[in-house]
Design a protein around this ligand. Structure first.
Ligand code: ATP
Length: 356
């Protein structure tokens, strides 16, 4: 089912939770709503589900305006962060409950319900736990059962609100791979809310970046990571190194130091620019042998498994900022040792790839 969000506005008192939000989700996509706490992700999800009414705007499902459609008629499945399983029911009964609600009019036979429940439990690979109670399950297992129950109503849209938010890092990682695979098998249009950028980038077909009730950018994980549309997006999607400079022929001048940039010739001479590079896109070179690059001091070298993170502070004078400028570089640990990099050493930083 395709979802169109059209000019949605939502306020709570004087507080604007959603500011004229419009989005289009084609049928079968897995979309992440990503943004900091309080940016309006859950509110948007609840409005799509019909659990919350917008002040203005509309939700169109498969071309049909849903203004007058009830939650049930929208055929959405919901999974929340905190497992909403019934404590006094077994896993089997929890999933069967979803089917009984759906089929209250049709009255499925007991055998048909049992068959369907086992099918759903097999889908989430937990049929062997069918007679346990929620308290006897791990957090990850409970979320998979919650998903099986949401799927019982054969939803056309699946809405997941921080489904793995309460789980530890390792289980989260496993479950997000599992969710991706499940989505690839079922092709149900799915929207999941997260404030974890890694989760969004790893799992989603498309990522919607939200900030203070506004959409900052919509794109594939590669698009938003490599071509962030706004300073908020590049700050939010992982670490970034900023260079405040101005265009000088084929270079960007940062203070008095030159950084090469492939496209600076296409920009107005002297224009001030904010360029950036990810930590793995910075190269460190010897101060005596190179003439280009920002001069910085290595403050700290942190070894994390096979990689090293190097924190530096700028010694070059920046053109448009008075605050101290810090940089972060990532490289294989072996390179640090091989090149004899040491804390306190003065080096030049050159981006291998610089975006503006
Ligand atoms: P989180 O990641 O913390 O869940 P979120 O991005 O999902 O955040 P929302 O839950 O959509 O954010 O809330 C957006 C803003 O609207 C928040 O500032 C919140 O305090 C406010 N808000 C949400 N629901 C209500 C309500 N019923 N009454 C008043 N304010 C509300």
């Amino acid at each position: 089912m395709s979802i169109q969000v059209k000019n949605i506005n939502k306020s709570f008192g004087n507080f604007i939770a959603l500011n004229n939000v419009s989005l289009n989700f084609p049928s079968g996509e897995l979309v992440a709503l990503l943004g900091p706490s309080g940016c309006g992700k859950t509110t948007l999800l609840r409005i799509i589900a019909g659990l919350e009414t917008p002040n203005s705007g509309s939700i169109v499902l498969d071309g049909v305006d849903t203004s007058l459609t009830s939650v049930r008629e929208r055929q959405v499945g919901f999974v929340f962060q905190h497992y909403a399983l019934f404590k006094h029911m077994t896993v089997f009964d929890n999933v069967a409950f979803g089917l009984q609600v759906k089929n209250r009019k049709e009255r499925l036979s007991k055998e048909a319900i049992a068959h369907k429940v086992h099918e759903l439990l097999n889908l989430v690979q937990l049929d062997w736990l069918h007679d346990r109670f929620p308290a006897q399950l791990s957090g990850g297992q409970r979320q998979r059962i919650a998903l099986a129950r949401a799927l019982a109503v054969e939803p056309k849209v699946l809405l997941l609100d921080e489904p793995f938010g309460a789980l530890d890092a390792k289980v989260r990682k496993e479950l997000r791979r599992w969710l991706r695979k499940l989505h690839d098998d079922l092709h149900i249009t799915s929207i999941f809310v997260t404030h974890d950028q890694e989760e969004a980038l790893e799992v989603a077909d498309r990522v919607v970046l939200m900030n203070k009730g506004n959409i900052e950018q919509i794109g594939t994980p590669d698009e938003v990571y490599d071509h962030p549309a706004t300073p908020f997006v590049y700050g939010f999607l992982g670490n970034v190194n900023l260079f405040h400079g101005r265009v000088d022929g084929p270079n960007i001048l940062v203070g008095r130091e030159k950084l090469q940039h492939d496209h600076s010739n296409e920009m107005a001479q002297g224009a001030s620019v904010l360029a950036f590079a990810r930590p793995y896109e910075l190269e460190l070179s010897d101060i005596e042998t190179t003439t280009d690059g920002v001069i910085a001091k290595i403050d700290r070298i942190l070894v994390l498994g096979l990689n090293a993170k190097i924190e530096l502070s700028a010694l070059s004078e920046e053109s448009s900022t008075l605050t101290p400028q810090f940089y972060e570089v990532e490289m294989p640990r072996a390179d640090v040792n091989q090149r004899g990099l040491k804390e306190g050493q003065i080096v030049r930083i050159n981006p291998s790839y610089l975006r503006i």
